[in-house]
Design a protein around this ligand. Sequence first.
Ligand SMILES: NC(=O)c1ccc[n+]([C@@H]2O[C@H](COP(=O)([O-])OP(=O)(O)OC[C@H]3O[C@@H](n4cnc5c(N)ncnc54)[C@H](OP(=O)(O)O)[C@@H]3O)[C@@H](O)[C@H]2O)c1
Length: 262
Amino acid sequence: MDLGIAGRWALVCASSKGLGKGCAMALAREGVNLVVNARGSEALEATAAELRALHPAIKVRSVAGDIGRNEVRRAALDACPQVDILVNNAGGPPPGDFRDWTREDWLRAVEANMLTPIELIRSTVDGMAARGFGRVVNITSAAVKAPIDILGLSNGARSGLTGFVAGLARQPNLAGRNVTLNNLLPGAFDTERLRQTLSTTAQASAQSPEAIGEQRRRGIPAGRFGSSDEFGAFCAFLCSVHAGYMTGQNLLLDGGHYPGTF
Ligand SMILES: NC(=O)c1ccc[n+]([C@@H]2O[C@H](COP(=O)([O-])OP(=O)(O)OC[C@H]3O[C@@H](n4cnc5c(N)ncnc54)[C@H](OP(=O)(O)O)[C@@H]3O)[C@@H](O)[C@H]2O)c1
């Protein structure tokens, strides 16, 4: 299927590895020009080089730095001649017990996982509306739908973003101008972050990371973790011309782990 987005420009935040990279790869396959971003410049440049080698016809620009910082957001926006597609992503807040979290911990989580995407949305959606095409995809978490107790910072900050996007997406001056905003909620995907979480859990429980991973997989009806490639392919479809009638939605990609009918 031709997704109809060749020649468009996308800013994909936090995209040197994992789910963000999966989205960048899938958009590149569709002929979308890219601005990629991550804090570590070595992995970022390696990803940018991989994208250029695989897809010589597209333009790939890289902006290194923490997307939570104002000057990095500015540089990322400036690197993009126009933002037709915005994929919001960043690292998740650390796990823990809410009794240990200070106001500063909360502010850091809200800054990274709520205010940063909102700032980028604010900078881009009116231009999208003026041009009559725009796609915003926020990578959030399955924890928005089914909270995970030790991830309270993530549950809280991402729910704030989710509530805001639900209202914004329904504004006629965006929805009526072919600008959609949706959230993708990953369950367990086989990325560096998941491998780190498995090894932290393994250390705490005196089991091997492989044994912990096997237990997690057994709890997923699909019997496996998701891949960044399949996450990216889904994201690319949401950014396509065919997905213009879907907005304000929270789409769970979790191999059937969430047990509810809706
Ligand atoms: N994988 C899962 O199973 C899963 C499940 C639920 C939710 N999520 C959420 O999905 C998001 C992506 O997870 P992932 O599994 O793809 O993680 P990952 O494999 O660790 O990759 C994270 C990517 O984001 C970049 N990054 C992190 N913080 C950044 C920041 N502040 N500014 C710019 N770039 C940043 C990293 O590069 P640098 O470190 O060099 O910056 C890296 O490229 C996270 O918010 C995570 O909590 C993941």
